[in-house]
Design a protein around this ligand. Sequence first.
Ligand code: ATP
Ligand code: MG
Length: 287
Amino acid sequence: MSSRLKIALQKKGRLAEESFELLRKIGLNCITNGQYLVLKCPDFPADVILLRDDDIPAFVARGSADLGIVGQNVIRESGKRVKEVMPLGFGVCRLAVAVPRNSKYKTLRSLKNSVIATEYPNSTKKFFREKKIPIKLAELSGSAEIAPEMGVADVIADIVDTGTTLEAHGLVALEPPIFRSEAVLVSNPKLSAEKKKLLDDLIARIEAVQAAGNKKYVMLNCREKDLKKIEKLMPALEAPTILPLAKKGEFALQSVATEKEFWDALPKLKKAGAKDILLLNVEKIVP
Ligand code: ATP
Ligand code: MG
C-alpha cells in the first residue's frame, strides 16, 4: 500500500488560498500540473487532491483521501465520520438563522411553522428538532439570502461571517447561531501506523506555524549607556538576545514580540535611544 499521504483541499473558493498557504509554510510545496487535480509534493511523501469542499468529508471518511482541510460546517452537514485533528484558525464563520428586518420573526420560538430556505437542510433540521420547534425547509443550493424577498421562504439559515451580505438583503442574524465553524484538519479514522507517523510530523509543523502566529522578530541597535533601559522596554518571549557590535560601545538587541507589542513599545524604545530598528516576519516557532 502507498505510504504517501493523500490530502484533500478545496480547489477554488474561500478556503483554497489559506489551505495552500498553510501547506507551503509547513514545507509542502506541491507542483501544479495544468488542469490535473492531483498534485505531487516533492519534499514530503504527500499528494494533494483538489475537490469541491462538499466532497472532502466523503473522500476522507472512505479513505480515498487520508487527510483534508474543510469547514466544520461542511463536515456537520455531511454527517460523514471523519476525525477532527486540529482547528486551523481560518474560514471562521457561523451557520445562523437570518430573518427579514422588522418582521414578526424575532426569536427562534417565533419561527414555529415558518419556511426556512437553506443549503444546510440536515444541520437546520437537527437544530430545530432538538429545540422541538416545528419548521418547514426549502432546500436551495445557493443564494439563500434572496429567498425571503422572492417569497420562496420566510427566513433563511445560512453561513454568516461579517453579515454584510445579509444586510444588503434586509436580513439580520438571530442569536444564538446554529453552530460556529472554522477550517479544520480532518483525517480518516483508520490511518495505517505509517501514515499516522506522517500525520504526527505534519501536526508538529502546523503547531510551529500556529505558535509563530502574528509574532515578529524585532532587531535594534543602541549605545552601551542606553542598554539597560532598552532591555527593560523590549517586549520579548523570554529575555532579549544582546550582542556586542563590531563598533565599540554599541550593542544589538533582538527579541520576538507580537506586532501590537512592538508598536506599543516603539515610541519608548526610540526615546530611550534605540536605532536601526528592524521588524521581520517569524514563520515558525519550535519550542
Ligand atoms: P465549492 O465550490 O468548493 O463547493 P463553496 O462555494 O461551497 O465552494 P466557499 O464559498 O468557497 O464554498 O466557502 C468555503 C467555506 O468557507 C465554507 O464552507 C465555510 O466553512 C467558510 N466560510 C467562511 N466565511 C464564509 C462566508 N462568509 N460565506 C461562506 N463561507 C464562508
Ligand atoms: Mg461547496
